[in-house]
Design a protein around this ligand. Structure first.
Ligand code: FES
Length: 164
């Protein structure tokens, strides 16, 4: 038969053991969540993944017609002039909305629907609030299937044509 003090002592030990186990399991859970988050963060920032995210295939060169073609998944305008191809970002340099191509008479320009910035056909900003031109982007041929491929992480200063 246990005395009242022994019983209280056992209850207290049991309570503190339960509390200790709760704390340990809580720490294990937090550690698991943090380590999974860390691995997810690391994998997103690894060069291979980053490169894959920034490069988009745009289609076979022969499928483009002369002029600008908007490629929605890359937010890029491909301009074809005969056998020359270039890529102009459709991302407005003000706050990042997607600009639209518009025709006015014989000229073309790009208009941002958000705050009405305007860019000429070479991407130069001609009406604010945008203060910078649209970005020309590096265009290459995909080695595996010959499609045009744009690298969104490689803005280039001026129009640079890829001859195909
Ligand atoms: S985001 Fe294009 S004008 Fe503001």
């Amino acid at each position: 038969m246990m005395s009242k003090e022994q019983l209280n002592s056992n209850i207290s030990e049991d309570g503190s053991r339960r509390s200790f186990l709760k704390k340990v399991s809580g720490l294990v859970l937090i550690g698991g969540v943090l380590s999974q988050g860390w691995f997810a963060f690391k994998s997103l920032n690894s060069p291979g993944i980053q490169q894959a995210v920034n490069r988009y295939k745009l289609g076979q060169p022969e499928d483009f017609i002369d002029g600008f073609t908007f490629i929605e998944h890359a937010k890029v305008f491909v301009e074809k002039r005969g056998d020359e191809y270039s890529a102009l970002s459709a991302v407005c340099t003000h706050l990042g909305c997607t600009v639209k191509k518009e025709n006015s008479g014989n000229t073309q320009h790009f208009q941002c629907p958000c705050h009405r910035s305007k860019f000429n056909a070479d991407g130069k900003n001609i009406q604010g609030p945008a203060t910078k031109p649209l970005q020309y982007l590096e265009l290459t041929i995909s080695p595996d299937d010959g499609q045009l491929m744009v690298d969104l992480s490689s803005p280039i200063g001026n129009r640079k044509a890829l001859v195909v």
